[in-house]
Design a protein. Sequence first.
Length: 285
Amino acid sequence: MGVGLGPRRAAVLISGACTLLSLVVVWSIIRVQGSPWTRILALLVAAFFPGQVYQHAAYPISLFTLATLLSLLWAGGGRWVLSGLAGAVAALSYPPGVVLAPMLLAHGALRWHSTRRRSLLWGAAIAAGLTSSGFIVVLAIHYWATGVWNAFFLVQSGYGHGLNFPWVAWWQSVRSVVASPWEGVWEAPGLQTLFVASLVVGLCVSRIGKRLPDLEQITVLCVAALWLFPLLMGPGVSLYRSEAMLLPATLLMGRSHWISCTAVLLVAVTIASGMAVLFFRLNLV
């Protein structure tokens, strides 16, 4: 009798482990921020972050989230090679990870502009290059398997993915929330998209014009990019799944007021319950 796990069980086990490690990384960052109560609330928001059911399912999202958090953490600490290697894992596991590369470069350029330390720009360029290599490996694997260099892009075009106005995909997702009649749990995906937009925009806009610590700045840049990227790809993208990638936004909640954190947590738990029902009914993929 074999003792190994089957592919499905192994996938779920790996997802669960990556999700747990992601929460550990989140806590290691926010535990020095704000009040103890706020930190706990922010960690709970991370545990119930929109799309969290996909963190535990047989999807690469939890691996992507863990790699992204580590990339941000190491970039904020100036450990560029480690940040780039983690970014490469993110880009290899889930295509949107490639947007981390220009954001790492932008972070280095902004820091260089204020400090004139050339090493910052070179370090960010190294991290961006390593991150991009993860996506290049994906293209190479596809070429090896199919003999077509642009196989990845051909598949994406079949889903209608391409540059679009971001509000088109966003409105298609949320319009069920404002249109009658309401059908209860079926509005969960639209509510999630509306909630995520409010949370991400609120957290990022509140930082405009402020001098931010390195980790906070790179987090703002990457969260904004990861939110916009699926919207730009058009209505063919399942926003309710890609929104799970935005879990790093909880790193920006450590200094928030406990009342706002409580409100965010209550909404997140409510939406997560509805999304879980739809997922386990096989209404979502």
